[in-house]
Design a protein. Structure first.
Length: 275
C-alpha cells in the first residue's frame, strides 16, 4: 500500500502522459523519514495519564479515571488501539514508527508507518467542505499553504480536520473524546526556523469533552537515509476483546484473564459444560 501511494503521488508530481509536470519549487522540502521526538503520550512535554493535565470536563475526567484504574488492574482501559483499531487523528501524529510526507499542489500525503499504515490526505486545492462527509478515523482534512517569511516560498501548512470516527483516544491512557463525534482538529506544520531537520506540528483540539481548546506541539527529526519496514498490528495481536471484556492470548495460545477475578467469556454456543 505504501509503495502504491508513493508511486501515485510521485506520478502526480512528475506528470503522466501529456500532463505537464507540476512546479514544486514553491513548496518546502519535507522529504525523508520523520521520527518522533519525545514520549508516546499525547503531549510529549508532560507525564502520562493525569500528568497530561488534559482540560477535560468532569464527566470525561471520570472516564479517564476509570480507564487508568482498569489499566492498573491489567486491562486496556479506554484504549481502542489495544484491540487493533487505528489510532485516528490526532493520536496518529504521535508517530509511533516513522512517517513520510509527499507534497503535490492539490494534496499533501502524510504516510504513517504505525501499526495500521495510515495514510492522511490533506486537500490543498481550494475545495469547500462537502455537505456530507462519511466519518473516518483520520477524518476529512482541508489545508492551505502560507509563506510566513515573505521569501515567495511556502513554509507552513495549516490543516483543519473534521468528521472523525469513534472510538478514539488521545493515547494509551484512554483520554477520551466526546461521544457526539464533533471534534475538530487544527494543525500548523512547519520546519523549525533554526533546524531544517526538525519538523513541528502544533495541534489544537476543539471538542465538547474539553473545557477549552487544547493545544500541544509534537516534533519530529529527519532521517534522510531511511530504512522502512512493515507493521501489521493484527499479525500477532495477543489482545482479544469479547463483549465488553479484554482478554490476553498467552504464549501457549490459551485465553488468559487480564485482571484478578475477571469473568470468563460466555461459552453457551460451544455446547459443553463449564469446568
Amino acid at each position: 500500500m505504501r509503495g502504491l501511494m508513493v508511486g501515485l503521488a510521485v506520478g502526480a508530481v512528475l506528470g503522466v502522459g501529456a500532463a505537464p509536470a507540476q512546479d514544486l519549487s514553491k513548496y518546502p522540502d519535507w522529504s525523508g523519514q520523520w521520527l518522533r521526538i519525545g514520549s508516546g503520550s499525547f503531549d510529549p512535554g508532560k507525564p502520562p495519564g493525569r500528568g497530561q493535565q488534559a482540560p477535560l470536563t468532569e464527566e470525561y475526567q471520570a472516564i479517564l479515571e476509570a480507564s487508568l484504574a482498569e489499566i492498573a488492574a491489567g486491562g486496556q482501559g479506554n484504549n481502542p488501539m489495544g484491540r487493533c483499531l487505528p489510532p485516528g487523528l490526532p493520536r496518529t501524529m504521535i508517530n509511533y514508527e516513522g512517517m513520510e510526507t509527499v507534497i503535490t499542489p492539490a494534496t499533501t500525503y502524510i504516510l504513517l508507518l504505525e501499526p495500521m499504515d495510515q495514510i492522511r490526505r490533506i486537500y490543498t486545492d481550494g475545495r469547500n467542505w462537502p455537505q456530507n462527509i462519511m466519518p473516518a478515523f483520520l477524518g476529512y482534512s482541508i489545508g492551505h499553504w502560507e509563506d510566513t517569511d515573505g521569501d515567495d516560498r511556502y513554509d507552513t501548512l495549516l490543516i483543519e480536520t473534521r468528521s472523525l470516527k469513534l472510538p478514539r483516544s488521545y493515547d494509551s491512557s484512554g483520554m477520551p473524546f466526546h461521544k457526539d463525534g464533533q471534534a475538530v482538529v487544527k494543525e500548523r506544520i512547519a520546519l523549525d526556523k533554526n533546524d531544517a531537520n526538525i519538523l513541528r506540528d502544533e495541534i489544537t483540539i476543539i471538542d465538547h469533552a474539553l473545557t477549552r481548546p487544547w493545544t500541544v506541539t509534537r516534533s519530529y527529526r529527519r532521517e534522510r537515509n531511511a530504512v522502512w519496514f512493515e507493521m501489521v498490528c493484527s499479525e500477532d495481536n495477543r489482545q482479544i476483546r469479547i463483549g465488553s471484556e479484554n482478554y490476553y492470548l498467552g504464549a501457549d495460545d490459551r485465553l488468559m484473564p487480564t485482571r484478578k477475578d475477571q469473568p470468563p467469556p460466555d461459552l453457551t454456543y460451544f455446547g459443553q459444560a463449564r469446568k
